[in-house]
Ligand binder design. Sequence first.
Ligand code: TIU
Length: 231
Amino acid sequence: MPNDVLTLEVPAEPYAFTFEPAHCALLIIDMQRDFLEPGGFGDRLGNDVSQLRRTIAPNVHLLAAWRAAGLFALHTREGHRADLADLPPSKKRRGRGETGIGDHGPMGRILVRGEAGHEIIPELLPMTGEPVIDKPGKGAFWATDLHAILQHRGIRQLVVTGVTTEVCVHTTVREANDRGYDCFVPEDCVGSYFPEFQDCGLRMIKAQGGIFGWVGHSRDLLAALPSDGSR
Ligand code: TIU
């Protein structure tokens, strides 16, 4: 069978990523006010939200170039129904802070759909044609229609960015891996509240010959991106 699909080699670890733009989607995980701004879920768990904010500019650049190249992008949001019927009691109990999921905070009810804190940060607002996946868990595949949407578009590869590296990014990369997707994670576009988890989380992805995927840098992906939509 002739292979007329454009492929591009992107420097990465543990070895170059063979990027197929026509079959690759950008999946931006949970760049929500609840994780990146004071008063949200991340903050209420006792985390330093400023640790995550360095990922905003690289994601903005990557998303702009992705759109300019005419490629497919999706966004995810972690959150729950207003009646919290989809919130596992175990998840509600954990954290043990004064306020938890569903409680009132400065950006509305914490991690509840429709509230201000649940929204994607203004810098990365989705555009028409970019599906937003609302997920009740850490992984973007569980209890969502993400896999079906990707299958219908012929997507085989994912560039996974967003927050946090060792929680929702990792869970999603693992879920994607088991469903047959190749994942490329640009290290500058993912962030953790904990520097040691950032380091460890990235090393775990690329260890053992790329057990979960590839780790690289957005500048190398940007350099490879077709600029005229000629994928
Ligand atoms: N707490 C933490 O690091 N992350 C989450 O709860 N969700 C995501 O990673 N999105």
